[in-house]
Design a protein around this ligand. Structure first.
Ligand code: ADP
Ligand code: ZN
Ligand code: ZN
Length: 690
């Protein structure tokens, strides 16, 4: 009998066997093909993983498959290795992992008719690249060149090497990527360029396309229509697209001629998927490069401390606890310490001590004066504040009532633009009450400041200025975001007020002043990764100032001007900051000096969530895993979200291998634990948030 073993998108760690219909035939070359199969009362799309000789399924159970889809070549062996690695490493069912990496259009049992897209106009001649700076040249000379002639006898089996490119903002990292892509293309290979956010793709897309008009560049991200994403995936898979630019999901695209992977802004948290398969696209990319034997470059002005430790032997002395590498291996450190454009220097950065100076509506006299100067000179200013909305608290002055979300342990944020109160955790919203719902007092007031309020304060102060606010409320869609960018680039903006959306990757030539407000909160946050994120954000946003020859300046309002984080920031000294943080992490036994996994549960009642985690902790074999530390279940900081009480249990080890050896059987035990239908749980490896 002809048997076909199929991976399906179901939360079970097993495959399913089917019969081949009469008249069809398959060979081992068809492994990796998509098929349509009956499952329960419905049809599903699956992937052939094996043509087994025997099956455990009884003849009655064994149903014939419905169709073999031949619209694409079978998924290749290296794609199987990649998805297998992810399933094992992230403790997720293999079928779920495999199917979730495909665009929706390829997972549908009723695929829409493919329409041929309009042909794009014939591309113009490629733009000529600038002469490299000395720093860029040195970096490029160090990186393996797959196109370089090698004597056949000496050709290495693998060109794998991992590089961490630490380049200050404006140092021309993008030009380095472009030259590496050029080499890969010249060697007949494809290049995969990963970026953290869709918002960053339009500008970069335009730059890459202008440089390589013939390379059939495609971009892959979650805002594409289903049809467009399927088309881009196909083009990459068939080798028609020689360059793939994408967000984290693009890391799984099958690429027959892959020759280079670049991960830009590698420190960015959005490389980590926060639901479903909770993977880090950066770490998966390193595994993939290693597995495919191709070089990978991780670039950032503020590398993640994990990558920095991997690239600096001093933080990983032989025999140190973290001697086991993350997926892949250690990195070569490359540096671009200066800005690329002649005359552009890093902006001086100064703390404004807000203990000494009375703030006017949250803004210091120094910052207001600096903005005034920019206005007089026709230059742009940016006020950075990582809090959207008008005010984070609405409260009654008489009885102390505070507007809280009924579904979360969180305050409602006041949005004055459309006169709503909104929960930033669950999306709940309501009208602003005319009086205190508790005591009837009419005097309910906003406390604290978000971007909308700062925008209001600035327009009262500088009535002649054109002010543009950029946050997730003003740039909800990509279209709105692009319109805002165009406005800013076109010079139709004097003052920008924005969240971290403005911090990354943008080049605003007339921007010469950056003011950061409200940053101190992160210094004392309970999350021990908060300082790392704060430093990265402030350095990135500071990097927007003075990029095009006009001198820039950065002012940070703080009550802690002597704090080591701000001191290192003022010197633009990422290595000093990283060294200090890594020393603290080593002392405390935090990552990268320990490996962690988090089991989280949520249920209508906290007792249920805790009971589930306690049952998981009561795993009889736990005692035999002596290298693994299993902590007590505790409520999460945001203990209630959208009417679910949430708790978590941390598992930790100084050995990656020991942790993995624990997690696999433990997860099976946990998955077999009886739970009420009201309880949801997941296991996250390498969690970023606590
Ligand atoms: P980064 O990504 O490191 O922040 P970019 O790649 O955006 O920096 O480069 C910053 C600026 O320097 C850009 O305007 C870019 O066009 C310019 N630039 C990069 N390399 C060169 C070069 N070799 N010569 C002249 N200008 C360059
Ligand atoms: Zn009241
Ligand atoms: Zn809520």
């Amino acid at each position: 009998m002809d048997l076909v073993r199929v991976a399906l998108d179901v939360p079970l760690s097993r495959f399913f066997d089917y019969r081949l219909p009469v008249g069809e035939s398959l060979s081992s070359d068809d492994i990796g093909r998509r098929v349509r199969v009956p499952f329960g009362s419905r049809s599903r799309i699956g992937i052939i993983v094996e043509l087994p000789a025997t099956t455990d399924a009884s003849p009655e159970q064994l149903r014939p498959l419905e169709a073999i889809l031949r619209d694409l070549p079978p998924l290749p062996a290296d794609w199987f290795r990649l998805t297998r690695f992810c399933a094992a490493y992230y403790q997720a069912p293999l079928g779920e992992v495999m199917l979730s990496t495909l665009p929706k259009g390829l997972r549908r049992t009723d695929p829409p008719k493919a329409r041929t897209p309009k042909r794009k106009a014939t591309p113009p001649a490629a733009e000529t690249p600038p002469a490299l700076t000395e720093g860029q040249r040195a970096v490029l000379d160090t990186i393996v060149d797959p196109a370089a002639d090698k004597p056949a006898s000496a050709a290495p089996a693998s060109d794998f090497a991992a590089y961490l490119l630490h380049g200050v903002t404006g140092s021309g990292k993008t030009e380095v990527y472009l030259r590496l892509i050029e080499r890969a293309l010249a060697a007949g290979r494809q290049a995969l360029l990963l970026v953290p956010e869709i918002n960053l793709t339009p500008q970069l897309e335009a730059r890459v396309a202008a440089r390589f008009p013939q390379a059939g560049l495609v971009s892959l991200h979650s805002e594409l229509t289903e049809a467009a994403r399927t088309r881009a995936f196909r083009a990459a898979f068939l080798g028609e697209a020689r360059i793939v630019l994408g967000t984290r999901l693009a890391v799984f695209t099958p690429l027959p001629d892959l020759g280079l992977i670049v991960v830009d802004e590698e420190h960015d948290a959005s490389f980590k998927q926060q639901d479903g398969l909770r993977y880090s696209a950066r770490d998966v990319a390193v595994f993939r490069a290693h597995e495919r034997g191709v070089p990978i470059v991780l670039g950032s002005a503020t590398p993640s401390l994990e990558s920095w430790a991997n690239a600096n032997a001093v933080f990983n002395p032989p025999g140190a606890k973290s001697a086991e590498a993350r997926p892949g291996t250690r990195y070569t450190l490359l540096s671009l310490p200066a800005r690329a454009v002649a005359g552009a220097v890093l902006p001086p950065l100064r703390c404004v001590d807000t203990r000494r100076e009375k703030l006017q509506d949250g803004l210091s006299a120094a910052l207001l004066a600096a903005i005034g100067e920019r206005l007089a000179r026709g230059e742009q200013s940016l006020v950075f504040l990582n809090r959207r909305g008008y005010a984070p608290v609405l409260s009654c002055t008489a009885c102390g009532w505070v507007a809280r979300c009924t579904r979360c342990t969180a305050n409602l944020v006041l949005h004055l633009a459309d006169r709503r109160l909104r929960c930033h955790h669950c999306g709940f919203e309501q009208r602003i009450p005319p009086a205190c719902p508790s005591c009837g007092n009419q005097d309910i007031l906003p406390f604290g400041r978000g971007t909308q309020r700062i925008e209001e304060v600035l327009s009262a102060r500088f009535s002649e200025a054109r002010i543009v606010r950029v946050d997730r409320d003003s740039a909800k869609s990509r279209k709105q975001w692009e319109a805002l960018l165009e406005r800013i680039h076109g010079g139709d903006a004097d003052i920008l007020v924005g969240t971290q959306m403005l911090a990354k990757g943008h080049d605003f030539p007339r921007l010469t002043l950056v003011g950061a407000i409200g940053a101190d909160a992160a210094l004392f946050a309970a999350d021990w990764r908060a300082p790392e994120r704060l430093f990265a954000q402030l350095l990135q946003v500071a990097g927007r100032a003075g990029r095009a020859g006009l001198p820039g300046e950065v002012l940070i309002q703080t009550e802690q001007p002597q704090h080591p984080l701000y001191q290192a920031l003022a010197r633009h000294d990422y290595p000093a900051f990283a060294a200090q943080q890594l020393a603290e992490r080593a002392q405390a036994g935090f990552p990268p000096y320990a490996y962690q996994a988090m089991l989280r549960a949520e249920a209508p009642l906290m007792e249920e969530a805790i009971a589930f985690l306690s049952a998981a902790r009561a795993w009889p074999e736990i005692a035999s895993h002596t290298a693994v530390m299993c902590y007590d279940p505790v409520p999460m900081r945001l203990a209630r979200r959208a009417n679910y009480e949430r708790a978590q249990l941390l598992v930790e080890s100084s050995s990656r291998r020991a942790l993995q050896a624990f997690l696999t059987p433990w997860r099976e035990f946990v998955a077999a634990t009886r739970v009420s239908s009201r309880l949801r749980w997941h296991l996250e490896v390498d969690p970023l948030e606590f």
